[in-house]
Design a protein around this ligand. Structure first.
Ligand code: F6P
Length: 506
């Protein structure tokens, strides 16, 4: 049964963005908030501007009522208290504990694991594993997307180790990493929560082979395992002293903060990794302690729900106007689509509306010259998030950054204002929504807060829809069928059989 609040939401008027701004002189103050990462004068902040969305006081009041009806406070308290918030797998969700926020035992365990990880990272930096110049990190999904993004965002200049994140089973991916590394000075991180994922284990075997073929006598001695299944890592051949465990309750797509972040700490050094955790912790505290629409992830979820369920938007786009954040849309795709792409509620009953939209996006200004046509004049309404930083990541002529940011802000303005024309092909309907997240700078702390914001936004959306964001059974069936094919003897539909025959697999 659909919650009665949705019926009230559906009956509300839907004013245009122009009318919303005209009607409320304080709209900007109400919907754009500066989130301070610390109390010191020089600490950084992030501005979250949701004023160019169609949320207004009436919608917010009803979404707050919806949050009450869906027991947002209770489910949030359960998350931070380490209760079983992932009932289908009988697990808590301990990602905030990795940042020091949450239930005492999980926080203590995460701190113990981090302590060990810091010691190993620092020992390797000091030469405990010989001269380490390169690190090949093999992992996939949540065991790769976060490290790849964080390293690209934060370690472009002066990385302490040259890291290559390899995820795809396609050998071309690994070969590219081999070509960029000297086996003499390369170590291998095998990142897998389960330590059974076929892509990661196959890549790990091939990397070991490559080290061996290139004169490394004890290739397993070059491996660090990042896993919630330490016994499997030992069986595979990793010495216990080089296994960095993390808790089973940390979901794969929420695991960047755990030992899965090892390559990030290797590239940045431990103090910066600690800053990254602290930035996320600041967002955790905000999310835990703030009620109603002042809660930034919840406010974003109100807008997400508005577009998905009241305006029928099937996608949401994210454009990073910052080359350092180019991998953010990929990361958010997994976070949001694997978490909330579900058809049943927590109690197993069918959902009563659409769930996660398709997250897509790219980097600005490139995307302006490729996909923005559809955003401005297409028939799909697409809510857009723009993400940018005030301080550039380079030392070139300031014109680069000025033009980048001008374009970013111009796109939001153009989507909203539109433009009339007597020639229909040249008319822009306008009234198209966007939100802007403007970081003072891309630093470990702001980046940590940005990612934690999205984790909590995803959770808040799940609560408003009554679903479990922490399982992912939808990924299993395809894996099982691939295993049956690999084993041989099973038969499939005629199309699949023909494809297998053509590829010489059966
Ligand atoms: O196939 C989906 C998935 O289970 C993701 O949720 C996870 O991040 C990824 O595979 C990798 O899993 P693992 O870390 O166990 O290798």
């Amino acid at each position: 049964m659909r919650n009665a609040v949705w019926e009230k939401l559906e009956r509300l008027e839907k004013p245009t963005l122009a009318r919303l701004f005209a009607a409320d002189p304080d709209r900007l103050a109400a919907f754009a908030t500066r989130f301070e990462l610390g109390e010191e004068e020089n600490s950084s902040a992030i501005r979250f501007d949701w004023s160019k969305t169609h949320l207004d006081a009436a919608h917010v009041a009803l979404f707050e009522e919806l949050a009450g009806a869906m027991d947002f406070s209770g489910r949030r308290a359960a998350l931070f208290a380490g209760e079983i918030v992932n009932p289908t797998e009988g697990r808590a969700a301990a990602h905030t504990a990795q940042r020091g926020i949450g239930e005492d035992e999980s926080v203590a365990l995460a701190a113990e694991y981090h302590h060990r990880m810091a010691a190993i990272v620092e020992a390797i930096h000091r030469g405990a594993m010989g001269d380490v110049k390169h690190l090949i990190h093999v992992g996939i999904g949540g065991s790769a997307l976060g490290p790849a993004l964080a390293i690209d965002a934060l370690a472009r200049d002066g990385a302490m180790v040259d890291v290559h994140v390899v995820s795809n089973i396609d050998g071309s991916a690994l070969e590219r990493a081999f070509a960029a590394c000297d086996p003499e000075t390369t170590m291998l991180a095998v990142a897998s929560k389960t330590f059974t994922t076929i892509e990661t284990m196959t890549n790990a075997e091939s990397a070991i082979e490559w080290l061996r073929e290139n004169g490394v006598d004890d290739p397993y001695g070059r491996v660090v395992a990042l896993t919630a299944s330490p016994e499997k890592a030992m069986e595979w051949g990793v010495d216990e002293t080089r296994i960095l465990p993390f808790s089973e309750s940390v979901g794969g797509r929420y695991s960047l903060w755990s030992s899965i972040g090892f390559p990030v700490a290797m590239a940045l050094g431990w103090p910066d990794f600690a800053e990254f955790l602290a930035g996320a912790a600041a967002m955790d505290v905000h999310f835990r302690d703030t009620d109603g629409m002042a809660n930034l992830p919840l406010r974003a979820a109100f807008a997400d729900q508005y577009y998905t369920r009241l305006r029928g938007c099937q996608t949401r786009a994210v454009f990073a106007y910052d080359e350092r954040l180019a991998l953010l849309p990929d990361y958010l795709q997994q976070l949001e689509m694997e978490s909330n792409g579900k058809s049943v509620k927590l109690d197993g009953s069918p959902v009563d509306g659409p769930t996660a939209p398709i997250t897509w996006g790219g980097v600005g200004t490139d995307a302006q010259h490729a996909v923005f046509q559809l955003l401005h004049q297409g028939t799909n309404l697409v809510p857009v998030d723009f993400i940018a930083a005030i301080v550039p990541g380079h030392d070139l002529d300031p014109a680069h950054h000025r033009i980048l940011l001008s374009n970013c802000f111009a796109q939001g303005a153009a989507l909203m204002a539109g433009k009339a024309s007597e020639d229909p092909a040249r008319a822009y309907p306008g009234d198209r929504p966007s939100a802007t997240i403007l970081l003072d700078e891309v630093s470990p702390a702001t980046f940590g807060a940005l990612i934690a914001f999205h984790e909590h936004r995803t959770f808040a959306n799940a609560v408003l829809m009554g679903i479990n964001p922490f399982d992912q059974f939808g990924v299993e069936l395809g894996k099982e069928i691939a295993k049956q094919i690999e084993k041989g003897g099973a038969s499939f539909d005629p199309s699949t059989e023909a494809l297998l025959a053509l590829a010489g697999i059966s």
